[in-house]
Design a protein around this ligand. Structure first.
Ligand SMILES: [Zn+2]
Length: 360
């Protein structure tokens, strides 16, 4: 029978739940699908991910009259919240799915803050000059163990990760994910208390602009790999998910030139970054910590009207996402903004007054 195969499959790699309810998130395009084996007593499967980043299938009974159309559960960009409850008395497992459109989306309100994400120095650097860092020891332990396994695999192609090692790796990984979520929650809590209702981040899905950086703690690990370890690719979704609980809306902007641009005079040059740690504008000599500078540029993309209107589009809740533009086009917009700034500066100078830009 089908159920026996399932029991056999999971008895080898059991998923242990420590409580009777479990909540997670799943991004599968087909979270539920009919059983392809026609005539089986199990008519469909719910396929979930998010349990220690493993995926598992739960046999369920899908009832059109009750659950609606199966097609409604299929999405191009799925992001389901689910809760599993174990009903001990009736030996039942219930799965509650929360559809996207039923979820509360915070409206943009209050203060806006920019966040630069970077795993070299601090995970989050904010435009108000504060930082939040991940648990480096945990990440380093995880990286070391992964590398060790990699080396063994290179030495012996037949090498299989032992149970204990795999368990250690899984434990480290789930601890890492938890501590990352805790970090985001702490940050959101502080921001909420400061009246921040809107955070702006770079669009991380299109890869990192700063991938060339090597990490001094883990010379062997290239940055891309560490980004992957830290789950930074899905960080935006993670932040969005947690920020919602604190009534904070999340906008994203193009990552291009956020680290090289001067927020005072608009100058964009590679030379504005004399080192990884510092930003110093070659035109106006404005100096800042490189990550804080990026965070301010990220925030300005939303706060400065001309940048916002040319680079972003607004969503229903008032938050923004980047328009699909080529890197050169983004630069063109930024440069035209720069010449505007120079115009203003010139006219202000003839009036004999000082120019101040209140957007940083
Ligand atoms: Zn400058």
């Amino acid at each position: 029978m089908f159920s026996e195969t399932i029991v056999k499959h999971y008895s080898e790699y059991p998923i242990k739940f420590k409580s009777l309810t479990f909540s997670g998130r799943c991004r599968k395009t087909r979270i539920i699908d009919y059983n392809s084996r026609f005539g089986s007593i199990i008519n469909s499967f719910v396929s979930l991910s998010g349990v220690g980043r493993k995926s598992f299938d739960v046999p369920v009974t899908f009832n059109r009259g009750w659950h609606g159309n199966m097609k409604d559960y299929r999405k191009k960009n799925p992001d389901y919240e689910y809760t599993i409850t174990f009903d001990e008395r009736n030996y039942q497992v219930n799965i509650h799915l929360c559809k996207d459109d039923e979820r509360y989306t915070p409206q943009v309100h209050g203060e806006t803050i920019g966040i630069d994400v970077n795993c070299k120095h601090n995970l989050f650097s904010l435009s108000d000059d504060t930082t939040y860092d991940y648990d480096r020891k945990l990440v380093n332990d995880f990286c070391k163990l992964s590398l060790e396994i990699d080396k063994l695999k290179v030495q012996d192609k037949e090498y299989k990760v032992g149970k204990r090692k795999q368990q250690k790796l899984d434990t480290l990984k789930s601890k890492m994910i938890k501590s990352e979520q805790q970090l985001i929650a702490n940050m959101c809590k502080v921001l909420q208390s400061q009246g921040v209702g809107h955070i702006v981040m770079e669009d991380l899905d299109n890869g990192f602009g700063k991938c060339y950086v090597k990490d001094k703690d883990n010379e062997d690990i290239n940055y891309n790999r560490k980004v992957k370890f830290l789950g930074l690719g899905s960080l935006k979704q993670e932040v969005e998910h947690i920020a919602r609980k604190y009534d904070i809306a999340v906008s994203t902007v193009q990552a291009s030139y956020t680290s090289k641009m001067c927020p005072i005079c608009g100058c964009i040059e590679d030379e504005n970054r004399p080192s990884q740690e510092t930003f110093e504008c070659i035109e106006c000599r404005h100096k800042d910590n490189a990550d804080f500078n990026a965070a301010k540029n990220i925030r300005n993309r939303v706060l400065v009207t001309v940048l916002r209107e040319s680079l972003l589009k607004q969503m229903d809740n008032g938050a923004f996402e980047p328009k699909k533009l080529k890197r050169e086009k983004v630069k063109e917009v930024l440069l035209s903004f720069r010449s505007n700034l120079q115009e203003i500066a010139r006219s202000e100078c003839t009036n004999g007054s000082m120019t101040t830009f209140d957007y940083i």
